[in-house]
Design a protein around this ligand. Sequence first.
Ligand code: NAD
Length: 372
Amino acid sequence: MSKTHNILILPGDNIGHEVMEPVKKLITYFKNKGARFEVSEDVVGGTAYDKHGVSLHDSTLAAAKAADVVMLGAVGGPKWDKVDYAQRPEAALLKLRKELDLFANLRPAIVFDALLDASTLKPEVVKGLDIMIVRELCGGVYFGEPRGISDLGNGVRKGVNTQVYTTPEIHRVARVAFELARKRGNKVCSSEKANVMESGRLWREEVIKLHEAEYKDVELTHMYADAVAMVLLRNPKSFDVIVTDNLFGDILSDEASMLTGSLGMLPSASLGSSSGGAPDKNGKQNAMYEPIHGSAPDIAGQDKANPLATILSFAMALKYSLGMPKECAALERAVSKVLEQNIRTMDIAAAGVKPVGTQAMGDAVLKALQNV
Ligand code: NAD
């Protein structure tokens, strides 16, 4: 009998609630087809602050750690702008990432044929684009010590951040990239600045070591991060999986995702560990799935938000955490079909076509899924 998977739904704030409704219907659909999901829901972000006085309650964190999949909507909004920094909605997100040790951030950039026009690049450059950026999320210059601003006197100040990586940190994220590549185009491009940074040199040497030891069947190339930034615009289809550190990954994943043209379409996954770098002995690996967009307070409560980024994030959960790759492919096909039928929310609507609302879009995907 297949294992029961725990899914924790954290809609968050504003449109987070709206874009999560279609996902709940999809979960019910798969349960009715025999999937063994145990589903719970909780509050996070501003909504949690309003209820508990903290943006991430201890019990919610415990539930997230116990879950196989955390499905997050989005958090934040002007309502909580004056809340103490430690209890701001966004702080809940950072704490979840840190406590679940979500060290590998997966950001796919996929261009759907029906949305070719949404990209600012020429159609021939992005048509059929399907690349994956794996960004290290728990280390590097955003966390390295020493850090801070000091006063050197005479009106001179000094700002310091430290780029630091250790062998296990490099290995565990590179391993995620190699494993992903094996299920895709079998190519990994590892990116750093080994020409000018020791941490980059270590990164390159360790990726090569791991490749030699365990992943010789995967094609491995290396490219300086500035070169990757250029090639992403000139010939993005030459990549399959790109693995890089926290800082370069922050920038390159934003650049790559914008090749596709629309914020409402972009999913993400963050994979962690339960025992320091890999799935634990029961195969459990912490994982959180979320759209890359924010809580869009400007359109909240109006049924205008595009739920596809959240739906595609759930598709990633099916593939990477729930052992349901076929169902993932079917869901992604359903999204494609809906777009081909010119069913669009406001943000991706074609000229002259009346946009549909969030829930109608979700229902269209569900209907298409039932027919694929
Ligand atoms: P945003 O992503 O919420 O919105 C930017 C623009 O894109 C807005 O015009 C919005 O209407 C539009 N948009 C976003 N998602 C959309 C969707 N699914 N469909 C259609 N249009 C969409 O970014 P922002 O306005 O800078 O931030 C709003 C709040 O969200 C802030 O409090 C911010 O801190 C928070 N935020 C949260 C996350 C997260 O939870 N992961 C990420 C980014 C921003």
